[in-house]
Design a protein around this ligand. Structure first.
Ligand code: HEC
Ligand code: HEC
Length: 440
């Protein structure tokens, strides 16, 4: 009797095993090989799945809760070549009809990656389309020459981050609290060694890119050379070289203004992108703000602040920010203008000094740059005004100011939808509050 049962069990297991192995190696139809064809030389005309597409999918789609193997949302898994071919709806005859391409950046609920994660850039979308058009092959290339003679952030480092990292580490998705598009944060990660340590897979640090292959030696060297030479860490400060009074800095002065006045929900944040304009970070500002370096009058980002067209007659439309939001002050417009005149660079400086904190010279300038855009006008954020000294004292006294900027539980983190203020800026508020909020 016992023997009969175990024999029957054995047969069952055998049949089950046959069935599962069978379904594993022979899915309905085609078998896709996860081993890529590797070319020794990268051709500029070819898009390579392993180099160009998979890292993007890994950092923006095959993430936990979405299209990783464990979740497989809507039965779509995008972790490797075979999975992409089986579940990504690739259409070789009509590449543009491929489901995986059609859902990118469509806007609304259908859009992938879903907001608040940043949409794929046009270049990234085109790369996917080209790859499908070239036959959706499982291809890879290894450039034997690693050219690190002239490493710049824009040409060398930013493209690596775009492919491997921003999906998990930009404003829409700050995994581990890290936003690699924020230069002050990046400078800190360089200074404390975790940027290089994590990509080199040093012991004690979490290996990055998470869930993907290690970067190539060439990519790691490129980032290492840039991190060593970059001016971000120069000058002894944590957040860049010290501020030069004649220079306008994008990360310190322009971006925070745009984030609090323009990149707000329903307007030019990553989720809305009104009229295709997104003003959340350097790349999107320069690209969609139609910035012409050196020429403010031909830069829409600047001319629209006065509602005038400047040299560009196509911009004779409404003023931004639109009423009832307050228009930029002349001083704020000049910041944008000077920054463009000076070449519209992605620059940053260490401009925070806590030796002599005063309300007028230290606290309120931070509020004007980072907060006022949302906390004035007819409908201030959360019903809270931050227009002047007495407004600030009110939120300082009830604890909401410190709770929100220090991201304490029970408070809405501020500035909303932007990176936390720098340690030095937080210290400025803390000192002013601890000193009894003097009106100095
Ligand atoms: C799939 C998402 C994902 C991708 C892609 C990714 N990261 Fe991360 N990263 C995370 C998460 C999540 C954490 C926080 C891990 C934790 O705290 O457990 C993290 C942490 C880090 C840290 C802190 C490490 C430490 O030990 O303190 C650094 C630095 C970092 N990432 C850099 C990068 C860089 C550079 C890339 C691209 C080469 C990258 N990440 C790609 C998700 C990702
Ligand atoms: C992009 C718009 C935006 C920016 C920029 C912004 N806020 Fe807010 N703030 C809001 C909104 C909206 C609320 C209401 C709560 C919510 O929706 O999160 C709010 C709420 C608050 C609150 C109440 C928090 C609570 O938990 O009760 C305080 C205090 C505050 N903001 C201070 C600031 C300060 C200080 C800054 C600048 C460092 C700032 N905000 C920048 C939109 C913004």
């Amino acid at each position: 009797m016992r023997k009969g049962i175990s024999q029957a069990m054995g047969a069952l297991i055998f049949v089950y095993a046959l069935f599962t192995w069978g379904s594993c190696t022979h899915p309905p139809g085609i078998y896709y090989d996860n081993k890529p064809m590797v070319s020794q030389q990268c051709s500029v005309d070819t898009i390579y799945f392993q180099n160009d597409i998979l890292p993007l999918l890994n950092s923006t789609c095959a993430v936990s809760g979405c299209h990783d193997a464990a979740t497989g949302k809507h039965n779509v898994v995008l972790t490797d070549y075979a999975a992409v071919m089986k579940t990504g709806g690739i259409n070789l005859q009509n590449p543009e009809e491929s489901k995986i391409y059609r859902v990118l950046g469509k806007g609304g609920d259908e859009s992938m990656p879903p907001p608040p994660a940043a949409a794929w850039s046009t270049e990234q979308q085109n790369a996917l389309l080209t790859w499908i058009g070239q036959g959706a092959l499982n291809n890879a290339c290894t450039n034997t020459v690693c050219d690190t003679t002239n490493v710049t952030f824009k040409n060398n480092v930013d493209p690596i981050f775009q492919t491997y990292c921003y999906g998990c580490h930009s404003a829409g998705n700050t995994s581990g609290g890290i936003d690699l598009t924020n230069f002050s944060q990046l400078a800190l990660l360089i200074d404390n060694g975790s940027l290089l340590g994590s990509i080199r897979h040093d012991a004690g640090l979490i290996p990055m890119p998470q869930g993907g292959n290690k970067l190539s030696d060439c990519e790691i060297n490129t980032i290492a050379i840039w991190a060593r030479d970059t001016t971000l860490t120069g000058g002894g400060g944590n957040t860049g070289s010290s501020c030069d009074l004649d220079t306008t800095y994008f990360q310190n002065q322009v971006l925070p203004l745009l984030q609090s006045n323009c990149a707000v929900s329903g307007c030019h944040d990553a989720a809305t992108r009104k009229e295709g304009v997104q003003l959340t970070d350097y790349n999107s500002v320069v690209k969609t703000g139609r910035v012409v370096a050196g020429n403010p009058n031909r830069s829409k980002l600047y001319t629209i602040l006065s509602g005038g067209g400047g040299d560009d007659k196509s911009t004779q439309d409404g003023i931004m920010p639109p009423p009832p939001r307050a228009a930029f002050t002349t001083e704020q417009k000049n910041l944008v203008k000077n920054w463009i005149l000076q070449g519209a660079k992605d620059n940053v400086c260490d401009g925070c000094d806590t030796t002599q904190v005063s309300f007028k010279a230290s606290v309120f300038p931070i509020v004007e740059t980072y907060c006022l855009g949302c906390h004035n006008g007819n409908t201030p954020g959360g019903g809270i005004y931050l227009r002047n000294y007495s407004d600030l004292v009110a939120v300082a006294k009830n604890g909401k100011l410190w709770g929100s900027i220090n991201h304490e539980t029970g408070y809405s983190p501020m500035p909303k939808n932007a990176s936390k203020l720098s340690t030095c800026q937080l210290a400025t508020f803390k000192i002013w509050i601890d000193n009894g909020t003097p009106n100095n």
